[in-house]
Structure formats: structure tokens, C-alpha cells
Ligand binder design. Structure first.
Ligand code: HEC
Ligand code: HEC
Ligand code: HEC
Ligand code: HEC
Ligand code: HEC
Length: 310
């Protein structure tokens, strides 16, 4: 079956071959996402509608649900296993290796497993779960409670095949390990600098976006913010389960304000402390989003300096 899929893809002229081979790669092509206005115009629009007809490429490895929010949220039947807003994604039980950069042992705070406001991101970015693995598909009937904690390919394949559906039942993950490359649905079978199919002229490499389950080489998450101290800024405001730097003094946590989440262990740094997955305008409504979904553009390290005094 795998060979057949590959033969068809090659015959369609979509790719040149499979399997990791070392190759020299030019700079990545710029993103085609316009990156302003809303999440629909970002790489987090998994319908990829901003690619126009070229979005058909993605039908090889994910269902096109034709809606932006649905890959992450559903109005009904949301995941009951995670404290995340109307969350529509499969959350597998996973143990992550946590930050301890070559045993520096210099942290003042203890690192725990990532909290809900990191697990949401990791449900795609750790490469364990397909990007289209939802609990409740658009329309009636496409609901499976079992999807809350496990990915059923049979359920996902019930979404109609053909343009807009996933051809041949491919459901890609961001995993770029050799095993996943051999698996046809892997996004990295086209989007990896180590993949044979990477066409540097058109297809961006996504290797660095694959965070994996090993978080030892990532900025620590799941740890408390020391706050007012010689090393860290104070000046935070509390708002329910959020603590944030209220830079405009309006008393509410705005997207461009770095924040901490209390999901039972006190206010902690999580992925969404620094990133907003919907995009944050760099200069008021309608302006280009900050790069990489950051809450504060990191020019001059201003994101880092909002917490650290260095
Ligand atoms: C790629 C995944 C993703 C997509 C697509 C997405 N969201 Fe979200 N959304 C999230 C995550 C993750 C959170 C929780 C953020 C946090 O931890 O603070 C969230 C939070 C929210 C919240 C509550 C907190 C807030 O920021 O206001 C609302 C409302 C929301 N999303 C609406 C939407 C709507 C409407 C769409 C479609 C137009 C959408 N989202 C698309 C991932 C996504
Ligand atoms: C539904 C799956 C999904 C979820 C949930 C998700 N992402 Fe992504 N994310 C992607 C995909 C797919 C891309 C584009 C391909 C890539 O860059 O690997 C991406 C790209 C990104 C990028 C690069 C953007 C750019 O313009 O270069 C960042 C940063 C990112 N995600 C952070 C996050 C954070 C932080 C969260 C949680 C708040 C999150 N993502 C949740 C799937 C997801
Ligand atoms: C068969 C090869 C192939 C596979 C598999 C594939 N893609 Fe793509 N993808 C492409 C090509 C080619 C483009 C660029 C199209 C263009 O130039 O307009 C692209 C573009 C994208 C873009 C837009 C990049 C940008 O910012 O301009 C995103 C995001 C993306 N793919 C995500 C994914 C995800 C997520 C998966 C796995 C579910 C995946 N792709 C699987 C071939 C593929
Ligand atoms: C302390 C702030 C902070 C936290 C916490 C954080 N990030 Fe990031 N992240 C950044 C910055 C800054 C960049 C931009 C790096 C660059 O431009 O190379 C980034 C870049 C990324 C990228 C794009 C790949 C890259 O290296 O450029 C992804 C994907 C991403 N983050 C996902 C996550 C996920 C998932 C989590 C939680 C496990 C997370 N981030 C936690 C600050 C943070
Ligand atoms: C949301 C607040 C916040 C932001 C933003 C932030 N950090 Fe951190 N950072 C922390 C906390 C809290 C710790 C843990 C400190 C401790 O335990 O002593 C930490 C730890 C670190 C460490 C590890 C120190 C050690 O002893 O091993 C480094 C290095 C670091 N941050 C660099 C950065 C950089 C670079 C940026 C910007 C890309 C950044 N941080 C942005 C809160 C933040």
C-alpha cells in the first residue's frame, strides 16, 4: 500500500522520491501566509486556504475540514480531559523529558510536566498525533469520544476522500524521525531538509517546528515565575487563573501581554506565556503579526527582558 501511494504521488509529479538523503539546501522560501488580520491568514490555518489551488498538496496527509477553528476548537463535544477552551484535539497521555540543560542545576524553580497551556501546543508539535486528529468533525455524526485520548485512523478516514479529504487515509504528524519519514502521511516526507522530497524552491522545511517529547533543549515550561527578585521583573496583575504584565494598564490580559497560568500548581510559564496561537498584531489591528506567533516581537530581546532582568 505504501509503495502504491508513493507511485501515484510520483506519477502525479508531486515528489521526486522518498527516504532521507543529505542535501545542500538553499534558504527556505518565505511563508505564503499573509500573517495579518486573523488566524485564517497564518500557518495555523490547517485548511491552507491561503495557498489557493496548491493547498491540494496537503490532501495527501490531512483531512481538509474547510474551517479554521475546528482543528483546535469545537462548539460542542469538546475534550473533557484537559483544561483548555472548547478543545477539539486528541490529547495522548505523554511523559515529557523536562528542562535540565546539561545538568546546569542553576534553576531556582522546580520544573514539572507541561501544564494544559503547553499540552495544547504539544498535541501537534511533539509529533505524536496527526494534525487533523479531532474529536468532533464539522457536520453531524462525525463525533467520537474515544478521540479525546487516542487517535483512531478509522474514525479520521470516515471524512470523505478526494479533494478536500485525505487521499489514501494519510494523517501526517510533524515527526521527522526516519520511521515517520517512511510513513507516507508524515508532513516531513515533503517538509524536511532531510527528506528526498524537499524542494527548496517551494516547500518550507519544518524540522525546527518539531519540538518532540524531549523538552530538555527548550526554554523551560511547567515552572513557576519567581517574580519580583534581582533576576526577574515583578509588576504583574492577577486575573482569575492568569497573572500577566499589564503593559497598557487596562486590567485585562491582552494578546500582546506575557502571562502565567495557574492550572493547580501556582502561576507557571507555559508555551502560551510567550506565544498566542492566533497571531498578535505588531502595531495595532490589521498590522502584520509578530513572527512565530510571539506575544511580543523579540527584537532587541524585548520578550526575554519582559521576565528576565539581564
Ligand atoms: C492551531 C490551533 C488553534 C486554532 C486553529 C485556533 N485556536 Fe483558539 N486557541 C488555541 C489555544 C491553544 C488556545 C489556548 C491559549 C492559551 O493557553 O491561553 C486558544 C484559545 C482560544 C480562545 C480563548 C482565549 C483567547 O485567546 O481569547 C478563544 C476565544 C479562541 N481560541 C477562539 C478561536 C477561534 C474563533 C478560532 C478560529 C477563527 C481559533 N481560536 C483557532 C488554539 C487554536
Ligand atoms: C492543530 C495542530 C497545531 C496546534 C494545536 C498548534 N500548532 Fe503550531 N503549527 C502547526 C503547524 C502544522 C504549523 C506549520 C508547520 C510548521 O511550522 O511545522 C505550525 C507552526 C507553528 C509555529 C511557526 C510559525 C511560523 O510562522 O513560522 C509556531 C511558533 C507554532 N506553531 C507555535 C505553536 C504554539 C505555541 C501552539 C500552542 C499555543 C501551537 N503552535 C499549537 C500545528 C499546530
Ligand atoms: C506531498 C508533499 C507534501 C506533504 C506530505 C505535506 N506538504 Fe505541506 N506543502 C507542500 C508544498 C509543495 C507546499 C508549498 C505549496 C506552494 O508553493 O504553494 C506546502 C505548503 C505547506 C504550508 C504553507 C507553508 C507556507 O507558509 O507558505 C504548510 C503550513 C504546510 N504545507 C503544512 C503541512 C502539514 C501540516 C503537513 C502534514 C499534515 C504537510 N504540509 C504535508 C507539500 C506537502
Ligand atoms: C520563554 C518564551 C517561550 C516559551 C515558554 C516557548 N517559546 Fe516557542 N519560541 C520563543 C521564541 C522567542 C521563538 C522564536 C525563536 C526564533 O526566532 O528562532 C520561538 C519559536 C518557536 C517555534 C518556531 C521554531 C523556532 O525555533 O523558530 C515553535 C514551533 C515554538 N516556539 C513552539 C513552542 C512550544 C510548543 C512551546 C512550549 C513547549 C514554546 N514554544 C514555548 C519563545 C518561547
Ligand atoms: C514568561 C517569562 C519568561 C520569558 C518571557 C522568558 N523567560 Fe527565561 N525563564 C523564565 C523562568 C521563570 C525561568 C526559570 C528560572 C529559575 O528557575 O531560576 C527561566 C529560565 C531561563 C533560562 C535557564 C536558566 C538556567 O539556570 O538554566 C534561560 C537561559 C532563559 N530563561 C533564557 C530566556 C531567553 C533567552 C528568553 C527570551 C527568548 C527568555 N528566557 C524568556 C521566565 C521567562
Amino acid at each position: 500500500m505504501v509503495e502504491l501511494r508513493q507511485a501515484i504521488v510520483v506519477a502525479l509529479g508531486l515528489c521526486t522520491g522518498f527516504g532521507p538523503t543529505a542535501r545542500a539546501v538553499a534558504a527556505d522560501p518565505p511563508s505564503k501566509a499573509p500573517n495579518f488580520g486573523g488566524v485564517v491568514n497564518t500557518r495555523h490555518n490547517l485548511t491552507q486556504s491561503f495557498l489557493g489551488v496548491d493547498a491540494g498538496w496537503m490532501d495527501l496527509s490531512r483531512n481538509d475540514y474547510g474551517e479554521v477553528c475546528i482543528y483546535c476548537h469545537t462548539p460542542h463535544g469538546a475534550n473533557r480531559e484537559i483544561a483548555a477552551p472548547l478543545w477539539n484535539r486528541t490529547q495522548r497521555a505523554t511523559t515529557y523529558a523536562t528542562y535540565d540543560q546539561v545538568g546546569t542545576g542553576s534553576l531556582t524553580q522546580s520544573v514539572t510536566q507541561p501544564g494544559a497551556n503547553s499540552l495544547t501546543c504539544l498535541s501537534c508539535h511533539d509529533g505524536q498525533t496527526a494534525v487533523d486528529s479531532v474529536i468532533n468533525m464539522p457536520g453531524s455524526g462525525g463525533y467520537a469520544a474515544g478521540q479525546e485520548t487516542g487517535q483512531s485512523d478509522a474514525f479520521l478516514n470516515a471524512w470523505p476522500d478526494g479533494p478536500g479529504g485525505s487521499f489514501f487515509g494519510g494523517h501526517g504528524t510533524l515527526d521527522n524521525s526516519p520511521g515517520a519519514l517512511a510513513q507516507f502521511g508524515a508532513c516531513q516526507s515533503c517538509h524536511s531538509i532531510n527528506g528526498d522530497q524537499y524542494d527548496a524552491a517551494t516547500t518550507p522545511a519544518f524540522d525546527i517546528f518539531f519540538i518532540e517529547t524531549d523538552l530538555r533543549n527548550d526554554h523551560p515550561v511547567g515552572l513557576q515565575f519567581p517574580g519580583d527578585s534581582p533576576d526577574f521583573n515583578g509588576g504583574t496583575v492577577d486575573f482569575g487563573k492568569l497573572r500577566f504584565f499589564d503593559s497598557d494598564g487596562d486590567g485585562r490580559p491582552d494578546p500582546d501581554e506575557v502571562r502565567f497560568y495557574d492550572t493547580g500548581e501556582g502561576f507557571e510559564v507555559e508555551c502560551a506565556s510567550c506565544h498566542d496561537p492566533h497571531g498578535v498584531p505588531s502595531n495595532g489591528p490589521g498590522s502584520t503579526f509578530n513572527p512565530t506567533f510571539l506575544r511580543i516581537a523579540n527584537a532587541g530581546s524585548s520578550l526575554c527582558l519582559s521576565c528576565h532582568i539581564k
